[in-house]
Design a protein. Structure first.
Length: 86
């Protein structure tokens, strides 16, 4: 199965609520990940709040064209929960 998100919802504090096609769901804090030319712009809370489920890539994407791989988001969510990688 190819991992992808099925729901992306922006939350305050540079967090996203995510649901994945493998049944996992939860929050991910992206505050430490917003570096580099494309991602630093997401420090603007108004722009960060544009996060949505991209209809083709099936992952989190923003109005400025930034997106993050679903595998990265899934592993970050697990790490932030204190779960070990599989």
């Amino acid at each position: 199965m190819i991992l992808h998100t099925t729901e992306v919802r922006p939350l305050p504090g540079y967090r996203l609520f995510l649901r994945f096609n493998n049944g996992a769901a939860g929050e991910v804090d992206l505050s430490a990940e917003l570096e580099g030319e494309v991602f630093e712009a997401l420090r603007d809370p108004v722009l960060f709040a544009t996060a949505e489920q991209h209809p083709i890539m099936r992952t989190a994407a923003w109005a400025n064209g930034a997106d993050l791989a679903p595998e990265f988001l899934f592993e970050l969510m697990k790490a932030q929960r204190g779960e070990r990688a599989a």
